[in-house]
Ligand binder design. Structure first.
Ligand code: A2P
Length: 327
């Protein structure tokens, strides 16, 4: 008898989590869909069956679940993940709250495996997931010494509120999620500012990259930018390798790695765009070229669907690998 819960089932990522449960053919005997009190009683269809959204309360979090996937923000995860964990569930959480805790695994299944010191597993930041998938083959073949990320992130990364600011901004509405209009604009500001001038989103990319690649010696810096598109994040990566390599060798390293598609034919105007990556499970790379200003350094343009590999798909891949290992 396997009992699974989805927390945040009415959200942008939550609805993709439900799609991914079907896509990865996750087997359960009972599924419970939680959201806040606001959505309690709403109906959602999963695999042809109708489910009623339940309000998440402390009492419900102490029921016995086997697996809980959460995408309901940091404060909900902080409060409820330990309650589910204490009641015996394995929790896979999409918020940033648990990611950098020493005893919590931060997992991208193509790259690392959970050690399960605690029964909370964190799903990494969306831009970080696609970036580390692209970095891992370079780390394997050449070693990565340094990376500079510049991101171009879609508004669905901010949930319903981000999409609303873009869509209603087109009709002249004032923004309610962002501090400035996102329609017809770009904002070099994602998440709160820290004392050193970086944003929390930039710090997440810098810290999480090292944790997932299990290499504290990699130098990482980032600038994160919100752009007025609905789906997919793009990351311009400037990567310094430990060893000399040619552009062809770098392309070959990508081609041999799971879930990476090389799309790099400038003579035919072929390079990955957010529209190419939307609704696709793979990470796309292109514009691969040498940086003439730094030794052993390459530019790589990397695009992925932030709601799929950047969130729901990665979470359900983790769930599937745990379930497969338990069989
Ligand atoms: P609700 O729809 O009831 O507000 P998004 O990031 O797309 O805005 O989605 C956030 C998700 O997290 C929604 O499903 C939202 O439910 C859910 N959520 C927010 N606060 C809570 C809470 N305290 N308990 C459970 N779910 C929550």
């Amino acid at each position: 008898m396997v009992k699974v819960a989805v927390v945040g089932a009415t959200g942008v990522v939550g609805s993709k989590l439900i799609e991914m449960l079907e896509h990865y053919e996750i087997k359960y005997d009972e599924l419970v869909l939680f959201a806040s009190k606001r959505s309690s009683g709403k109906e959602v269809s999963v695999g042809g069956q109708t489910y009623v959204i339940q309000e998440l309360t402390e009492e419900r979090a102490q029921e016995k679940f086997d697996y809980v996937v959460m995408s309901a923000g940091g404060s909900t995860s902080e409060k409820f993940a330990p309650l589910f964990e204490e009641s015996g569930a394995i929790v896979i959480d999409n918020s940033s709250h648990w990611r950098m805790k020493e005893d919590v695994d931060l997992i991208v299944p193509e790259i690392n495996k959970p050690k399960l010191k605690r029964k909370i597993i964190a799903n990494p930041n969306c831009s970080t997931i696609q970036s580390v998938v692209a970095l891992q083959p370079l780390q394997n073949k050449f070693g990565v010494k340094r990376v500079h990320y510049a991101t171009y992130q879609s508004v669905s990364g901010s949930g319903e509120g981000g999409i609303r600011d873009l869509e209603e901004g087109a009709n002249g509405a004032e923004p309610t999620t962002y501090p400035h209009p996102i329609y017809n604009n770009v904002l070099p500001h994602i998440d709160d500012f820290l004392d050193d001038g970086y944003t929390k989103e930039e710090k997440k990319m810098m810290d999480e990259t090292k944790k997932i690649l299990e290499d504290d010696s990699i130098e990482v810096t980032a600038t994160c930018v919100r752009v007025p598109i609905i789906t997919s994040h793009a990351v311009q990566m400037n990567v310094t390798l430990d060893k000399e390599a040619t552009v062809d060798e770098v392309k070959k390293a990508f081609e041999g790695f799971p879930h990476i598609v090389v799309m790099d034919n400038p003579e035919k105007n072929e390079y990955p765009t957010p529209l190419d990556a939307a609704n696709r499970s793979e990470i796309f790379v292109g514009r691969i070229r040498k940086d003439p200003t730094l030794l052993n350094t390459f530019h790589v343009w990397c695009v992925g669907d932030n709601l799929l590999k950047g969130a729901a798909q990665n979470t359900v891949q983790i769930l599937k690998s745990l379930m497969d290992n338990n069989n």
